[in-house]
Design a protein around this ligand. Sequence first.
Ligand code: FAD
Length: 305
Amino acid sequence: MLRSVILAAADSPRLGRLVSSASLSKNVASRFVAGDDVDAALAAARELADDGLSITLGHLASGTATAEDARTTRDEYVLLLGRLRAAGLTPAAEVSVKLSALGQRLDERLAYENALAVCAAAAEAGTSVTLDAEDHTTTDSRLEILSDLRKEYPSTGAVLQAYLRRTEGDCRELAHAGSRVRLCKGAYVEPESVAFTDALDIDKSFVRCLNILMSGEGYPMVATHDPRLIAIAEDRARWFDRSAEEYEFQMLYRMRTEEQARLAASGNIVRVYLPYGTEWYGYLLRRLAERPSTVLRFGRGIPKT
Ligand code: FAD
């Protein structure tokens, strides 16, 4: 219940403005977000790279109401990729992009063209792009755009959400050679008709999907902080005889940092999702929905206006 309320708030621009204006909220956000701009993102990425971690950077864009907004996001990513390359941070760093921020809800063709420009800039910088997963109404369109992008940029990464009932099938489709697939539980409020809502059912689906990806020919990217699922992923990697270069773990910036270090020290590739930008409230609320104890502390920062 609390999770649903917080996740609904994560998609509310009005509440976002309120939350963003609270200084305590900003302090909390600064724990989970690299900073407002590319300079801050680069500095945080450098620290992670120095610790032997890989990175995927995501720009936290405001709601994309116009084609101009979408092009602004595209340009932000092109700038970021150029700066990553100049700083020698590629290929350790790649980028994660939300198609909604590139105009998917306005015009799918526009989103595709903007994503193509970001993929071209990534290729130029010697790295790649992963398309973040959003709510289930966008999945078909996202996977179609992914398939088109992969014709020119085959390393473009997919994200699949274990809570969706369809995802085992999508894993089978995408477990082919060269296919980079991030598997996560899923972070949106979804109806029973399309998604598992019980935590144990989601975990079981995650394991079934993991089995498909690990036994397939692609490159699984295991995105979870869940200790049981991490242990199962390590086990499956051994079982399916995958070397440490043939899959990776992914976690969010400043979440379970000791576990990130442990996995990296034992020879695994660990990629940290590093968000930056001024529109951090939606990202922050999603993270807090996953960790309610932090929400309670965070709640005291919301003004009573
Ligand atoms: P949870 O189900 O939140 O937690 C399970 C258990 O793990 C907890 O009970 C606790 O024991 C442990 N745990 C979890 N977090 C912590 C912590 N911070 N400290 C200590 N213990 C902890 N979702 C999308 O919908 N689309 C995306 O594109 C997307 N990309 C993602 C990229 C990355 C790199 C990651 C890590 C997540 C992404 N997510 C995305 C979010 C994801 O779907 C989940 O909502 C989120 O990761 C929480 O699920 P979890 O598997 O980490 O564990």
